[in-house]
Design a protein around this ligand. Structure first.
Ligand SMILES: N[C@@H](CCC(=O)N[C@@H](CSS)C(=O)NCC(=O)O)C(=O)O
Ligand SMILES: [Fe+2]
Length: 241
């Protein structure tokens, strides 16, 4: 029976987690939220593991780093970039709520989880008897959640997404976020339901907290947004001017 290939990779400048998920028998795999700065490292690991990456997936149009989807093409010519059709960004293929991405014996269900951005999705992974995993992007962060003060953010929408689409998953589901700023690497639905003091508030209180986070804008936002809307391809950005 297939076993899951799973790697959690870190990019320190933006505190981003990139994930590789694959099937050790068929060797089919995806990479989730790759960063341009670490594309060569990730591609080297994929080659060492003998994986055939079908898709380079983004959970959303990132504001803090440039996606690695374009950079990875140099190493992985068969990998298609993929993004939510609600994101407004460019990609080879688009996905939407309820789509299933098959990777050997495993399935990734696309869960639309807007609120941090309009086009945010999470990927719920199951199959072959594994404890399910969910890659939440910047929707659920460990003991927190994504900010809602730019990129069509809405605290009300985020709260609904998380309570309807993430906190209803089995409690043992392991949560893998797109970032952590304190060195934590994973959580679970049950753990967040016990300790995520921000999301456990009533909706009105949550909205109030989110309106007062007072976070500085990500350092790379001005460069990252146009690049990521163009799949990380600087030539496409220049030609569209
Ligand atoms: N300092 C970082 C950006 C930090 C930040 O704004 N993180 C985002 C996710 S990346 S869009 C966020 O939603 N944070 C929520 C929180 O509670 O920290 C940089 O300059 O890049
Ligand atoms: Fe984000």
């Amino acid at each position: 029976m297939s076993k899951l290939v799973f790697k959690q990779l870190f990019e320190a400048e933006s505190s981003t987690y990139t994930y590789i998920v694959g099937d050790d028998v068929t060797k089919e795999a995806v990479i989730i939220d790759p960063v341009d700065l670490t594309a060569a490292r990730d591609a080297h690991l994929i080659e060492e593991l003998g994986l055939d990456v079908k898709y380079a997936l983004n959970t959303h149009v990132h504001a803090d780093h440039i996606t690695g989807t374009h950079a990875l093409r140099e190493y992985l010519p068969n990998a298609k970039s993929a993004l939510s059709e609600r994101s407004g960004g460019r990609a080879d293929v688009y996905f939407k709520q309820g789509d299933h991405i098959r990777i050997g014996g495993f399935t990734l269900d696309v869960l639309e989880t807007p609120g941090h951005t309009d086009g945010c999705v999470s990927f719920y992974v199951y199959g072959c008897g594994i404890v399910p995993l969910v890659f939440t992007g910047d929707a659920v962060l460990i003991r927190g959640c994504g900010r809602t003060d730019f990129q069509q953010g809405s605290s009300e929408v985020l709260y609904k997404s998380i309570w309807e689409r993430i906190f209803t998953l089995p409690r043992e589901t392991i949560i893998y976020p797109a970032h952590d700023y304190k060195g934590l690497t994973s959580s679970s639905v049950g753990e967040e339901l016990a300790y995520n003091t921000r999301l456990l508030k009533k909706k009105e209180e949550f909205v109030e907290v989110m309106a007062n986070l007072n976070l500085p804008y990500p350092k790379k936002i001005d460069a990252a947004l146009p690049m990521n809307l163009a799949d990380g391809d600087v030539k496409y950005v220049q030609n569209s001017k």
